[in-house]
Design a protein around this ligand. Structure first.
Ligand SMILES: [Zn+2]
Ligand SMILES: [Zn+2]
Length: 123
């Protein structure tokens, strides 16, 4: 499968909570249906891309699903954080997040607040 934004290959990132595909070039993330829910707690370790690059690719709107042939992905907005746009496939329900978006999204949760705090303490 190829990245729907920049047409590069994905690498598989294995985590104790499930696997995720990450683009080798733009570091965008691909999640199969509902996988993103399980992986929010470790978003810092998965979403390692540069948010500035992610922002650039976020402007690329009309993309097709990398899994389903000829399925156009829909732009979705997170209800709690409306500045975050991500793409969702209406057929397989996979989701694509640009670099930085998944981390941003997950920072809304309490567990991530604690995690950020502990990272600061270590410096
Ligand atoms: Zn890419
Ligand atoms: Zn799909």
């Amino acid at each position: 499968m190829k990245c729907p934004k920049c047409n590069s290959n994905f690498e598989q990132v294995n985590t104790p909570f499930g696997d995720v595909e990450r683009c080798l070039n733009c570091k965008g993330l691909w999640f199969d249906m509902l996988e993103d829910e399980d992986l929010k707690d470790i978003a810092d370790g998965i979403d390692v891309g540069d948010p500035e690059i992610g922002k650039k690719y976020n402007e690329t709107g009309d993309i097709n699903c990398p899994v389903c042939p000829n399925s156009k992905m829909l732009k979705m907005v997170d209800a709690k954080q409306p500045h975050i746009w991500f793409e969702s496939c209406p057929t397989c329900f996979g989701r694509f997040f640009d670099a930085g978006e998944f981390k941003d999204l997950s920072e809304n949760t309490i567990s991530d607040f604690i995690k950020r705090f502990s990272i600061k303490e270590r410096k």
